[in-house]
Each structure stands twice: as structure tokens, then as C-alpha cells.
Design a protein around this ligand. Structure first.
Ligand code: PLP
Length: 374
């Protein structure tokens, strides 16, 4: 049987055209018309003033922290329930991550714990320098509460929207809420450039600064003049050509991922002890990955692993939910504010194949396999 992946690249009709154009016009370089057009598409779609396309989402987080002036020994608050790339850039600049657990409704940063951590940091004389929030699996975080706290204590938000391109909260797109937003176009994300990312902001100075840093901090001079450390983080005009084509099919990709979720849900929701994560009012999720959680009282604590193994036997890839960062060996010395939510989700949950290139009947087949093995 052909392998069913968790989330694999799904290329449309136009990507090759834009890439070919780059070859034909010799724009095989980290700048060029595809880069400019891709950045225009991003600013228009997300509804922000500026976008810089970069080599990865991780690079975008790194430059975002630098552009905000976060420095060695500063505290950066970061959602614990996420991919490690959300936090690694904090280490690149030798700042100290402090991990905050999630709330039950969206699985994203818990505003109450967030405020508690801020107050404790302030009482020790060290106000956090930034907050990294995530819209995990495409589900928007509780932005109203989070923004209120960030404003009250005047701490900038970096919004990790790597998994949430196409999601929105109220009438605003994810990626447009933070002082800085970041996107990822890695191969497994909702759209891809084969590998890439972007930094978004309404602040012209931040966009300028990040553009400068990402291109080796070259000053304007006929010779090579550098006044600060630079990075080689720009996206190539080839990759941006893929991105241009992908942006044209983004809405279709979101629709299909949302349909995947509906098929799983209608097939499995009648079963006692299987839980899906619903969209709160005024949230719209791109449903990047469909996730299910097995109630421990009904199934014990190993059903997610049993189902994963059973699917693997059918050549179908599924994965546990993200292992919280406060549980990662590399972060074992970091402070964290924990309420048990992400630990429980990690122990009991499973990500199901959710690519936009999986036929509906394959999803139905997966539902059947899960039902049988329960
Ligand atoms: C994928 C991802 C990143 C990193 O993006 P890359 O483009 O792979 O560097 C960061 N944060 C989250 C939540 C992600 O899922």
C-alpha cells in the first residue's frame, strides 16, 4: 500500500512556471521578482504593513528577537506546548526561556499562567523582554486576553504562526496580532517553499532592520561595509517562486484540511472517550493537523500509541502531539509554569494524517482502521 504521510508537500499548477521564469531570466539568487511578489502576497493576505521572506521560520524567530532588542540573560516567556523551534532562537541569543503551559480550550498559552509569570518576574526585578505565543495545529490562541496582558505590562509579542497560515481570530488573520509575526513554509506546513519562512510586522523599522540583518548587514557603500553582525537568512528567488504558486492555492489547501477534520470527526465523534478540539466562537482554524485525544478513563493511557502502531502497520504515518518543551532534556534547567494540560495532551493525544493531498476516501479508510482497533 502507498504510504500515507502526516502532512506532505502539495504542489499546484503554477509553482513550476514561476520557478522556470527565475531560470529563464537568470534570477537564481536570494533576491528577485518572485521574492518581491511573494512578500506582496503575504502582506496583502495577512493584512500587515510588511513581510520579509527568509530561509526558515526558525530564522524569522531569531531575527525577530534581535530586532526587538532581546539580549543575553533577558527572560523570554514561551508557550511550552509547541515544536522546539519556537524556543531554540531564545538560546541562540543566550536569553533565558521560561515556559508557560496551555489552557484546555485552544491548547495554547494560558493567559492566567502568563500573567502570573510576568508578575513574579517583575517582583524579582526582571521584566520579561518578550512573549512567544503559538497557534498550535492552526488553532488561534486566546488573543483578546493575551493582548490585554501584553499591553498592560508593555511586553512585545512574537506570534509564532508557523502552523496557522490561513487561520483567523475575529476578523484578523493569525500572524497579524503580535509586534512581530512569523510563518514557516517547511515541507510539512500548510503551504511550502520547500523550506522557508517569513517575518511579518506593521512596524516599518522592524521590517527594515530584519531585511538588513538577513542580508549580512551590508551598509550602502560601493565596498563591503558592516556595522553589526549579519545573517545570511534571505529566501532564494527559486523558493519564492514555489511560494508564489502556493499562495494562489492557499484557500483550497485550508478548505481541504478543514474537510479532513470534518471527516474524522463525523466518523469518530460518536465513540465515547474520543475528543476533538473545537473552534471557540470567533476563531477559524486552518486545521493544519487533525488531532484526537483518548480519554484515559475509557481507554487507559496507551491507546494513542496502540493506534499509532496499528496505523503504521497499514503504512500510515501518525504522530504523538508535541512533547512539551518543559519536558525536553535540553530545557530541563529552565523555569516553567505548569498546570498539567500539555503533559496530559502529550500522553493521550495523536496527530492524524492531514495533508491536503490525501483523498477523502483514504481519510475514511483511516477512520475505519481506528474504529476496528478500538
Ligand atoms: C515548523 C515550526 C517552526 C519552525 O519553522 P521552520 O521553517 O521549520 O524553521 C516554528 N514553530 C512552530 C510552531 C512550527 O511548527
Amino acid at each position: 500500500m502507498e504510504k500515507v504521510w502526516l502532512s506532505s508537500p502539495h504542489i499546484g499548477d503554477k509553482e513550476k512556471e514561476y520557478v522556470n521564469e527565475a531560470f529563464l531570466t537568470n534570477w537564481v539568487a536570494p533576491l528577485g521578482p518572485n521574492v518581491n511578489e511573494f512578500e506582496n502576497q503575504l502582506t496583502e493576505y495577512i493584512g500587515v504593513e510588511g513581510a520579509v521572506s527568509l530561509s526558515s521560520g526558525t530564522a524569522a524567530l531569531h531575527l525577530g528577537l534581535i530586532a526587538l532588542g532581546v539580549k543575553e540573560d533577558d527572560i523570554v516567556l514561551c508557550q511550552s506546548f509547541t515544536f522546539a523551534a519556537s524556543a531554540f532562537p531564545i538560546c541562540y541569543i543566550k536569553a533565558n526561556p521560561v515556559f508557560i503551559d496551555s489552557e484546555e480550550n485552544t491548547w495554547n498559552i494560558d493567559p492566567e499562567l502568563l500573567e502570573k509569570s510576568i508578575l513574579e518576574s517583575i517582583s524579582k526585578g526582571k521584566k520579561p523582554a518578550a512573549i512567544i505565543i503559538v497557534h498550535l495545529y492552526g488553532m488561534p490562541a486566546k488573543m483578546t486576553e493575551i493582548l490585554k496582558i501584553a499591553t498592560q505590562y508593555d511586553i512585545p509579542i512574537i506570534e509564532d504562526a508557523a502552523e496557522a497560515l490561513g487561520s483567523s481570530y475575529g476578523n484578523k488573520k493569525c500572524g497579524s496580532f503580535g509586534k512581530i509575526g512569523i510563518l514557516s513554509f517547511n515541507g510539512n506546513k500548510i503551504i511550502t517553499t520547500s523550506g522557508g519562512g517569513a517575518l511579518l510586522s506593521d512596524d516599518e523599522n522592524i521590517i527594515k532592520k530584519v531585511r538588513h540583518l538577513s542580508a549580512q548587514s551590508k551598509e550602502t557603500a560601493t565596498y563591503y561595509l558592516h556595522k553589526e553582525v549579519g545573517y545570511n537568512y534571505r529566501m532564494s528567488n527559486i523558493c519564492a517562486g514555489i511560494g508564489r504558486g502556493q499562495m494562489e492555492v492557499l484557500e483550497k489547501r485550508v478548505e481541504k484540511r478543514r474537510r479532513n477534520f470534518e471527516i474524522y470527526k463525523s466518523g469518530l465523534e460518536g465513540i465515547k472517550g474520543i475528543r476533538f478540539i473545537d473552534e471557540p466562537l470567533n476563531s477559524y482554524s486552518n486545521r493544519w493537523l487533525t488531532t484526537i485525544v483518548f480519554d484515559e478513563k475509557v481507554f487507559g493511557s496507551a491507546m494513542n500509541e496502540q493506534i499509532r502502531v496499528e496505523l503504521e502497520r497499514h503504512n500510515i504515518e501518525s504522530r504523538p502531539l508535541w512533547k512539551p518543551l518543559h519536558q525536553q532534556p535540553i530545557f530541563s534547567n529552565c523555569k516553567s509554569y505548569i498546570n498539567g494540560v500539555s503533559d496530559k495532551l502529550f500522553n493521550l493525544g495523536l496527530c492524524l494524517p492531514s495533508g491536503s493531498n490525501i483523498d477523502d476516501n483514504k481519510i475514511e479508510n483511516i477512520v475505519t482502521i481506528i474504529k476496528k482497533s478500538l
